[in-house]
Design a protein around this ligand. Sequence first.
Ligand SMILES: [Fe+2]
Length: 168
Amino acid sequence: MINETLSKALNDQLNYELFSAHVYLAIAAYCSGESLDGFANFFTVQAEEEKFHAMKIYKYLNDRGIRVTLAGMDTPNNEYSSVLDAYEHAYEHEKEVTRRIYHLSDLAMNDREHATIQFLKWFIDEQVEEESMFDTIINKLKRIDKDSNAFFMMDSEFAARTFTPPAL
Ligand SMILES: [Fe+2]
């Protein structure tokens, strides 16, 4: 049995994952506006991943007999000074997601809610990958000029990123 505090926190996280999709779609739109279709694709795919994360929690709450409720969303940041600025914003956002997942995990551990501890392990591993990915891209972007061939090669490279949803 999941207690009220934990079920509310999981429901909040579901909503925060949907907000993350919103954040990344806004970045994709900024990139499209700059005619950087590869970077735009990268963030469209990222938004799809976030929706998948939300659905993973949605299914889990349903499986545990908890009624999901959706909340309104804040307006995401729509303006960026550069692609690097957008990636730095995304990286900070992922660090906040990690803090929230850790807090959820703390709540589950305090309540010895083993199924939820197990469920959250997937998200903890996912955050390690997300943070590492953004950190690597930011380091690359810092090394190259935004009008260089290397920058446009990165844009082309990201045009190939796709999202294949794993089983929920
Ligand atoms: Fe996520």
